[in-house]
Design a protein around this ligand. Structure first.
Ligand SMILES: [Fe+2]
Length: 291
């Protein structure tokens, strides 16, 4: 197999691996290493069943449940509890899956839980003629390239993560914490495998920096969200049918671009559950500032 970077920002393509075949221990080790080195893996041209997708996912940990609070789509039961269809396909006017339409703001999947998803895997089955691209932002690089005074301000702080189901764009001033899950996680999250600190905030889900006055918290978050969108940190992926993408929610955030509502789009999603608590990291101060 071959590992080819997707961009200067983040991600790598794994070539010469066919997920219909069993993988050798050596290949699995190499893929794991690439996952930790690059945070996002792309395998193109895969023609796999759900079972084959699950077998690959299980190399990275236990499968997470797709079940979540809030209004339930009439998802096809035969897919089972671990599978989410990310699709705008409708039957009798109701979406058969989740997250059907339009743009999505940057986020890390299930950051509002105490144990967020470790990784997410999407497999592209049907795509519209344009759009629906996925953007990834590298949260290690974003952390490292913050101004030193912002690192100092945020070091040791927590950020409140909230999400209202069905919301894909952050439009509200404040999310409803009474009725939706929320959790305060460290702003700088230590990755348990790489030991690196990642900036664990996102525009869709992070509501406040705990302990800062509201105005200051709002201002610093607005700065962080713009910082995370800098082209130097972002890779934009244009899907092709048969693409399988696996991303690490501990050190990347992702967003989706708009696409035509009247064209079919279907991706099959599995998540890998994290069974360990989120680890607090330190701000990655530059060498000069640390001295
Ligand atoms: Fe997501």
């Amino acid at each position: 197999m071959e590992v080819v970077p997707l961009s200067d920002a983040v991600g790598a393509e794994i070539r010469d691996v066919d997920l219909r075949e069993p993988l050798s221990q050596r290949t699995i080790k190499e893929i794991e290493k690439a996952f930790h080195d690059h945070a996002i893996l792309l395998l193109r041209g895969q023609d796999i069943t759900l079972e084959q997708q699950k077998i690959f996912a299980l190399h990275f940990g236990e499968l997470g449940s797709r079940n979540r609070p809030g209004p339930k789509p009439n998802e096809l039961d035969e897919y089972g509890e671990h599978v989410m269809l990310v699709t705008n396909v409708r039957e009798n006017g109701k979406p058969i899956g989740s997250l059907p339409d339009g743009e999505m703001t940057f986020h890390a999947d299930t950051a509002y839980f105490e144990f967020p998803s470790k990784a997410t895997m999407l497999y592209a089955m049907e795509l519209p003629s344009w759009g629906g691209n996925i953007l990834f932002s590298n949260c290690y690089a974003a952390a490292e390239q913050l101004l030193e005074e912002i690192k100092r301000l945020l070091d040791g702080k927590k950020a409140m993560q909230v999400y209202e189901y069905g919301t894909t764009l952050k439009m509200k001033e404040k999310y409803d914490r009474e009725n939706f899950p929320h959790y305060a996680h460290p702003v700088f999250r230590k990755h348990p495998e790489t030991g690196r600190s990642a900036l664990f905030v996102s525009e869709l889900m992070t509501e406040e920096i705990v302990g800062l006055p509201k105005e200051e918290s709002d201002a610093i978050l607005a700065t962080l969200f713009e910082h995370q969108k800098k082209p130097a940190f972002v890779y934009e992926h244009e899907w092709k049918v048969g693409d399988l993408v696996l991303w690490d929610n501990r050190c990347t955030i992702h967003a989706r671009t708009d696409f035509p509502r009247d064209e079919r789009r279907m991706l099959r999603r599995l998540t890998i559950q994290d069974t360990k608590p989120v680890i607090e990291g330190r701000a990655p101060f530059s060498q000069a500032a640390a001295e």
